[in-house]
Design a protein around this ligand. Structure first.
Ligand SMILES: [Zn+2]
Length: 258
């Protein structure tokens, strides 16, 4: 009986290898959710992550700090989502420091959720202006770390999740452009820690440049920040609706840069 164990191991490896080789690889990650059978599965909790906080001010322009802007927009977004019956969780609700790992951990605590991190940009060139939304091309998808050595599990789960995150980013970006009329810098793929380490659909919004005069002037007004919040809320609703319909990729074309 004991002799069967090595053969069982070889058999398992062979099966997983054959599965891995025969698995169709989606050419475009966003196409993955269509084949996934995730129809009807809606994220129930929206985790909002106001970037920076406490001793970490983020970008600064005069008296305007990124950490204050992100918190203000997150609180506004929370009010809007809750008014629409969405459950929400904030990674921070006041001016305090949180590590990136702590933020991701809040995102991972919920079983059925999505994650939106809110930031504002800075760049050496003062001409850079507008909004962009990021997703992580390689998210750590599995909560079952002990299974992650199985390549086929790793690959399907990760590409499904990337597709969802890209869709979420697209819907938010499209809504931001409609609501704010800002320059459309499009959706972008970047391994930002805070979104790459969340096991749910996750996007990171860069809502304008603190190094650009006209962006800062607009961001200093409550009306403009309310529009950003409304756009994030719109994007989340459209994403959830798309997932419900099994069509999470509709907004991709709309979110391409001009
Ligand atoms: Zn930031």
């Amino acid at each position: 009986m004991r002799r069967a164990f090595p053969w069982l191991g070889v058999l398992l490896l062979t099966v997983s290898f054959v599965w891995f080789v025969r698995l169709p690889v989606p050419m475009h990650p966003a196409a993955a959710p269509r084949q996934s059978g995730v129809r009807g599965e809606q994220p129930l909790v929206v985790v909002l992550d106001p970037g920076h906080g406490g001793q970490d001010s983020g970008a600064i322009c005069g008296t305007v700090t990124e950490k204050d802007l992100t918190l203000d927009v997150a609180l506004r977004t929370e009010l809007l989502l809750r008014a629409d019956g969405c459950a929400t969780v904030l990674t921070r609700a006041n001016d305090r420091y949180l590590s990136l790992a702590e933020r991701a951990a809040v995102g991972n605590r919920e079983d059925n959720s999505l994650f939106v991190s809110i930031h504002f940009n800075d760049e050496a060139r003062a001409t850079a202006s507008g909004v962009e939304t990021y997703y992580a091309p390689r998210q750590s998808a599995s909560r079952f770390g002990f299974l992650s050595w199985l390549p086929f599990l790793q690959r399907t789960e990760a590409s499904l999740l990337t597709g969802k995150s890209e869709s979420l980013a697209s819907y938010i970006q499209a809504a931001l452009i409609v609501r704010t009329g800002a320059v459309n810098r499009g959706i972008k793929a970047e391994q930002f820690y805070v979104i790459a380490n969340v096991r749910h659909p996750a996007a990171l919004v860069e809502g304008g440049f603190l190094t650009n005069k006209s962006d800062v002037t607009r961001l200093a007004t409550a009306e403009y920040r309310q529009q950003i919040a409304a756009a994030i809320s719109d994007g989340v609703h459209r994403y959830r609706e798309a997932i419900r319909q099994g069509e999470p990729t509709l907004a991709l074309a709309a979110a391409r840069p001009e």
